[in-house]
Design a protein around this ligand. Sequence first.
Ligand SMILES: [Fe+2]
Length: 455
Amino acid sequence: MSDVLCIGFDEVGQKRVKTACDFLIVKEAFYKTSEEIFESETPMQPRCVVISAVGKEKKEDIAGEVQVVRQFFPETFIVLVVEKKIKLEDAKFLKKSGCNYVVFENDFLNSTRFEYVLLQVVSAAYLPAKVADFQPNTTVDFHIYTIMPLNQKILPVVQPGTLLNEARLKKMASVDELYVRRNQIHFYNDYLVKHPDMSAKGLANRCRVQFQSVSLAHSNLIFLLTDQAEAGSYDQGKVLLQNCQTLSTNLLETISMLPDPWSVISQSTFGMIGGTDRSMMVASMAAVASFATSMGSSDDVMLAGLFCDLALLELSPKSLGKLDTIEGRLALNPEDMVVFRNHPLTSLNRLLESKMLVSDSVKSIILSTHEQADGNGFPQRTLPVRIPVEAALILFHEMVDLEFRFKLGKERETYQTVRQRVFDREAELINKGQGRFTAILIEKLRGMIDEQKAS
Ligand SMILES: [Fe+2]
């Protein structure tokens, strides 16, 4: 069973799909038409269907194809690739016919938006659940699944509305791993709020689920900001942004009660492209540091951190795999290098074009997330006194994240170990009168790290 079914792609389009699927290690299959899919044996809902409308003149035909797929696969995420000459009202019409995301052919071929979408809806379609979260004689409003180890088939073990009595919980405990669908994570979140477990373990689990809720709200907002059919959907954008902010505040509240939020957050992340998909991790770690050091506003750090790398989605597929290391970033091709060096500014512009209501302080943080105290930052080489401390915290935690990301074939280090190494290196540079950060910031971070070690 393939994860991604593709309909109507020519050779160039197929090659593009393959690049993305190979990179994310998901399985794709190609079909000429939707009928071809239903004639072959595909009993299960695929996680994603991608339809190419390139070369098709009539919007009614395209909408018809989308409707057929939607009818057969009510739960599947449908991406529609359209020609750039399409009018906005036609794009909106096609979106209403049942697809989830509309992308121009040009952006599909030449940016990494497609990888981002696949990562969210295919690779991260299911998230782990813990049996310890569920209390006897309660009911849940969502499915709980298990994945069969042999064929990777996903089976529901609990249906919505089922009473979780002792026998059922025992049965759940006997299953190796439990999962919930990522798009139902808010129900899981609500369940934990309704049945709070205030033990350290309970709080850590709540933090994990809240982290995933923010992560989902964040990716939904990124989808909206980059969907061609959603240009001008300002009201919906405001609602999603508000939702993202509320969930972030709740997450930061839980984090403030945890003795070791670092381990919890660092074990909650996924992300393989190395750009916008790492924003949740970097933003929350920087927000924790802002909170722990009483530097800046942790809410502003979080919000700026979530959107400062939005424009990295515009990098070409040639950049894949290069964002994960400093050397890789230096080896970007010239066009991608321009996109990369300008991404703080472009990310901000994208937010402003979408009329997102963010405060002036969040705007200046976004713009300064790659500026450095030694004046070697980008895009504007801002004077050190003008760099908001929140931006410096985001840069520091992005540097830690760059070294922390799981690298194939390398033993995974703890977040704290990696952070200590990056910190020591930067502190050493301060002694030499250099460095990306101010001496004050480094001293405050030292205080935070030492305090954590002592506890
Ligand atoms: Fe960035």
